[in-house]
Ligand binder design. Structure first.
Ligand SMILES: [Zn+2]
Ligand SMILES: [Zn+2]
Length: 75
């Protein structure tokens, strides 16, 4: 399952799983659209890959499939 990271890895902006505006690379590195189109120049700084928009998760499914919360030990 897609790893829905809750914040931009660069600027720590909150990226709610049920809202658009997050960008992911093939390794699910997660950044906000502003960082991707600006300082990152469309290239992932972790793996060198390109980004695609992360599809929002329907709000109705968030209760059943919650995104990882900040501070979880799963990192
Ligand atoms: Zn950002
Ligand atoms: Zn990456």
């Amino acid at each position: 399952m897609l790893d829905m990271r809750p914040t931009c890895e660069r600027c720590a902006r909150e990226l709610p799983a049920d809202q658009p505006g997050a960008m992911i690379c093939s390794f699910e590195c997660t950044f906000c659209a502003d960082c991707v189109s600006g300082p990152l120049n469309e290239t992932c700084p972790n793996c060198g890959g390109t980004f695609v928009p992360r599809p929002p998760r329907p709000t109705a499914l968030l209760a059943k499939y919650p995104p990882r919360a900040p501070g979880d030990a799963a990192e």
